[in-house]
Design a protein around this ligand. Structure first.
Ligand code: 5HY
Length: 244
């Protein structure tokens, strides 16, 4: 089985981290191809960044289809381009936010999310509502660390642990979701520090896609998620026309 894990930002360091995390949880026989698109933002911290990350994500899905990929993970906590990707891909597609919220809803009455910047919190609440996880999501908090500083800030783990402690106290939640793919390697150390389950979306999404492929399941393409009708595209997006 071949799963393509797409980091929608162009940080190769973060793509390496995401690939290692996905491979650590994948079953024997499951290959992981972790990639960053050739075009897009260095990190995704705004609606603007997210919107402009989508063509790169879709270009990776389209090339994955040509390469016979069985399933896809979109490894950014905004799940950018998820629905469009499901129209194009034959196999299942999971976003790390959706997968983490579904996994965390197994772990108790409610979860908290700790993301990077305050401005990312609104999008997280929107996604919780969109996925029907609104009644499980007790709170969305920010640790105040810009995405790319997660790789360089020596205090990053300490700051995230502190934000998780506040989240649990204020929300009374049973589990915490780390709201950024760049935190994928911190689950165990943070869970040991705060004493509640900590959920990582990269691993949750990898396992979700692996399970769906193993069950022979894929996105229903009868109606809304049927392949997009081919039509001409112009300008920078010319290559997307008539490709699906
Ligand atoms: C992520 N941004 O997972 C999101 C996190 C965020 O570049 N990878 C990013 O802050 O929204």
């Amino acid at each position: 089985m071949l799963i393509k894990v797409i980091n929608p930002n162009t940080s190769q360091a973060m793509t390496g981290l995401i690939g290692r995390s996905a491979r650590a949880i994948a079953a024997p026989g499951t290959s992981i191809d972790a990639v960053s698109p050739a075009m897009g933002p260095a990190s995704i911290e705004s609606h603007y960044d997210e919107a402009l990350s989508v063509p790169g994500v879709l270009a990776e899905i389209i090339s994955g289809e040509a390469a016979g990929v069985d399933g896809y993970v979109i490894a950014c906590f905004g799940d950018p381009g998820l629905e469009a990707a499901r129209e194009v891909a034959r196999g299942p597609v999971a976003g790390i936010a959706e997968a983490a919220m579904r996994a965390a809803s197994y772990l108790g009455r409610g979860f908290s999310v700790v993301t990077t910047l305050d401005r990312s919190r609104g999008r997280t609440w929107d996604l919780a509502g969109h996925y029907g996880a609104g009644r499980f999501c007790r709170g969305v908090h920010a640790c105040g660390i810009p995405v790319l500083d997660l790789e360089t800030d020596p205090e990053a783990t300490k700051k995230i642990v502190a934000a998780c402690r506040v989240a649990i106290e204020e929300d009374g939640s049973d589990a915490v979701i780390l709201g950024c793919a760049g935190m994928t390697d911190l689950c165990a150390v943070i869970s040991a520090e705060i004493g509640v389950p900590v959920v990582d979306g990269v691993q949750a999404a990898t396992l979700a896609v692996q399970s769906l492929v193993a069950m022979g399941l894929r996105t229903g393409s009868r109606d809304e998620f049927a392949p997009p009708p081919p039509k001409p595209y112009t300008g920078l997006l010319r290559e997307f026309g008539g490709t699906c």
